[in-house]
Design a protein around this ligand. Structure first.
Ligand SMILES: Nc1nc2c(ncn2[C@@H]2O[C@H](COP(=O)(O)OP(=O)(O)OP(=O)(O)O)[C@@H](O)[C@H]2O)c(=O)[nH]1
Ligand SMILES: [Mg+2]
Length: 302
């Protein structure tokens, strides 16, 4: 390993945010040395708190309020905001930055936006690695915010130790919400914008539905917040802590680790695959009368 990188793991562990930021960039952009860096880190076990929900539900506002309270308790916290819509969504990013600005100079908080990329299978593996780099530092909590619009967010939420799903009264029909796959990933439901009309009815219906369906030792709480007024935030923190405290069975932990390993292996295996070339090759090969996809694919298997 590059001798300059040798000091990094201990510096990062001690809370050198400048190096942490650079380490993330190295991993994110696969700059030479990134594999060695990942191997050299002492990855801790700070809980990862996932926050997901529809666009504009108030995730960033809520995270911001939560960060404030946790900082007041003297804790260290990292926030990773995943921007899945597009890496060029500067408006949204800037909005987040402005709202987060009050924490920017606080030595106990680290904030980072990560743009997701279109590369095949790239996203979740990169996020896994980035979260592990952050875990090698000294945070009490690591927050990951993702927009819940499709399947990939469900996947990302799977990386978190506790997943909070943020809904708003105007999310529509509660039954529809439950069908969207959010039920499986939610450890905690938060109805934000509870100051809005129809919030009480939405809250009550959601609560009923959740309690009908939850069948584990953990009773999935349904909470109410008004994020921009910082209302209901303590309850969110309380429930998150309660969930963390409840020992996740080691069986489930191993399962999560296996899934994580699988994603990393998959990503590693297709890393060198040139899709444009594959497309050209297939365009040519498939014209041959004796073409057989399985025979063709033989060259990629090892
Ligand atoms: N009325 C009301 N407005 C809120 C509440 N929480 C957030 N907002 C507003 O909702 C808008 C969206 O908030 P964000 O925090 O950016 O939402 P988000 O879910 O992070 O949005 P994306 O990251 O773009 O998906 C902002 O204008 C907030 O001020 C709330 O509890 N009540
Ligand atoms: Mg946001």
């Amino acid at each position: 390993m590059d001798h300059r990188l040798k000091q990094w793991p201990s510096a990062i562990a001690e809370g050198n945010f400048r190096l942490l930021a650079r380490a993330i960039s190295i991993v994110e952009n696969e700059i030479p040395g990134h594999s060695e860096l990942l191997r050299s880190l002492k990855i801790g076990s700070a809980p990862i708190l996932g926050f997901t929900g529809p666009p504009g539900a108030g995730k960033s506002t809520l995270v911001n309020a939560l960060v404030e309270q946790v900082l007041d308790q003297g804790k260290k916290i990292a926030v990773i905001a995943v921007d899945p819509s597009s890496p060029f969504n500067l408006g949204a990013l800037l909005g987040d930055r402005i709202r987060m600005a009050e924490h920017f100079n606080n030595p106990n908080v680290f904030i980072r936006s990560v743009a997701t990329r279109g590369s095949l299978g790239g996203l979740s593996a990169k996020i896994i690695e980035i979260l592990d780099v952050v875990r090698a530092s000294c945070f009490d909590y690591i927050i990951i915010e993702t927009v819940g619009v499709g399947q990939s967010e469900v996947e990302i939420a799977g990386l978190a130790d506790v997943t909070s799903v943020i809904l708003v009264p105007e999310s529509g029909d509660e039954v529809q919400t439950m069908k969207s796959g959010l039920m499986e990933i939610a450890d905690i439901f938060i109805v934000n914008k509870s100051d809005r009309e129809g919030a009480l009815r939405y809250f009550a219906n959601l609560k009923k539905l959740v309690h009908q369906q939850s069948a584990s030792e953990w009773n999935i709480p349904v909470l109410k917040t008004v994020a921009h007024k910082k209302e209901g935030i303590s309850e969110v923190i309380e429930q998150i802590n309660a969930y963390i405290k409840m020992n996740i069975r080691s069986e489930r932990k191993t399962l999560l680790l296996t899934r994580k390993a699988l994603k990393l292996i998959k990503n590693h295996r297709i890393k060198d695959l040139d899709i444009t070339r594959l497309n050209q090759q297939l365009g040519k090969e498939s014209l041959r009368p004796e073409f057989n996809l399985y025979a063709f694919l033989q060259q990629f298997y090892y």
